[in-house]
Design a protein around this ligand. Structure first.
Ligand code: THU
Length: 165
């Protein structure tokens, strides 16, 4: 007999759908919870991520990624992916940006948002980077482009049930 209990995350589903369906920065969607989709700084942040993407060192995958973090003090800290001949040593753009910011003195809770841009139409941050971003701000807004849309979502939507110590 199957004793597993199945639960439906209705709240999460209802929240994710309208965020995904929005045209790129065209009109803010109401009722989207903690992510203010119409924040004009997000457009600039995504532009900074695209700029950072140009610095990607990605000779093995030829896949370029740039990330830009908006700190609460107004600063923007960027990063790109950095690959290595020993593939597993590769560092993603998001983690490059986070580690750079931390090495500059920023602490958990100091960040508002992170935008990520990649050389592909469908991109979303990898699981490892979601976990690393989570370490420094579960309430952060994450911005990326997927299927011709700009997705603006709280990290908590991308990484529910986070691992914590
Ligand atoms: N990459 C990132 O920079 N961020 C992600 O979230 C996923 C993947 C990079 C790592 C590698 O250099 C290339 O994309 C292909 O996996």
């Amino acid at each position: 007999m199957d004793r597993r209990t199945f639960i439906t995350l209705t709240g999460a589903v209802a929240m994710t759908a309208p965020l995904m369906a929005r045209e790129a920065f065209s009109s803010p969607v109401s009722g989207t919870g903690s992510a203010p989709v119409d924040d004009p700084r997000y457009k600039e942040l995504l532009a900074a991520a695209h700029k950072a993407k140009k610095n990607a060192y990605s000779k093995y995958s030829n896949f370029q990624v740039g990330a830009a973090i908006l700190a609460k003090d107004g600063a923007t800290i960027t990063g790109c992916n950095v690959e290595n001949a020993s593939y597993g040593l590769t560092m993603c753009a998001e983690r490059t940006a986070i580690f750079k910011a931390v090495s500059m003195g920023y602490k958990p809770g100091d960040f508002t948002a992170i935008a990520i841009a990649a050389s592909a139409d469908n991109f979303s941050p990898c699981g490892a980077c979601r976990q690393v971003i989570n370490e420094f701000g579960n309430e952060m807004t994450v911005i990326f482009e997927f299927g011709g849309k700009v997705v603006i979502t709280p990290l908590a939507e991308l990484l529910p049930y986070t691992f914590k110590l």
